[in-house]
Ligand binder design. Sequence first.
Ligand code: SAM
Length: 228
Amino acid sequence: ITISPDQIENQKITLTSEQYHYLIRVLRLQKSDRFIAMNGQGQWWLAKLLGQQAEIIEPIAIHTELPISVTLIIALPKNGFDEVVKQITELGVTKIIPVISDRTILKPSPQKIDRWRRIANEAAEQSERQIVPEIREPIPFKNSFSLVNQPKYICYARGNSPHLLNYLIPPSNTAITIATGPEGGWTEKEIQEAIAAEFQTVSLGKRILTATLAPIVALSLVTATTEM
Ligand code: SAM
C-alpha cells in the first residue's frame, strides 16, 4: 500500500479505513501478517498488521527504477488514456505530461486527473516501483516545451524521420523526453513549433500506431535499450 509521511509515527503506521479494508478484505491478511508499505518517493518498508495500525519491521532496499528519467508528453487520446497511464507506469515512466494539441478531442475534467493519479499509484505498487510517476495537469502542447530538457523527441508518423532507436543506442543519456500525438496526428504547425523548440522528429517504424500504443512502444524501446 502507499502511505503518506503523516501516517508514520514511532515506527507505527496508522492505516486509513480504506487501506485497512484493502488489507483485510481484498488481500485477506490477518493480524500479524506482513505486507509492504511504500511512500511513492522511493522508500519501502516491511510492516506487520496489528489492526487499524501496523508496525514497521524494517526498511526494504529495492532497485526497480530505470537508469534514465523518462518524461512522456502525450496528446490526450479520445479514449483509453487510463490504460496508457497504467501500462507506462508499469514500464517505468518518470513523468507524464498530458497535453491538449490542435487535434485533441478530449477535454479532461479534474476527476479524470485524480483517477489517472490513482491508477498510477496502483500500477506503481503492483510493479514494485520505488516511485510513483508524476502526472501533471493537462496543458496546451506548446506550454510543455519549457518544462522539459534535451534530448527531446517528437514521434511523427509522416515523413522520413530517423527511427527513435538511432538515438537510444548506445544509451548515453540520464534523461529523455518523448512526445506522441493524438488520433488525428500532429498538425504541420505543431511539428514546426516543436522543431523550433529543439525537438527531433522520430519514427517508430513503418506502420501507423494508434495514439494509445505509440507512447507504450516508445517507452518500451527506452526500457529495452537502457536495461539490456
Ligand atoms: N494520421 C495521423 C498522422 O498522420 O500523423 C496518425 C496519428 S497516430 C494514430 C497517433 C500518434 O502516434 C502520432 O501523432 C505519432 O506521434 C505516433 N505514431 C504513430 N505511429 C507512428 C510511427 N510509425 N512513427 C512515429 N510516430 C508514430
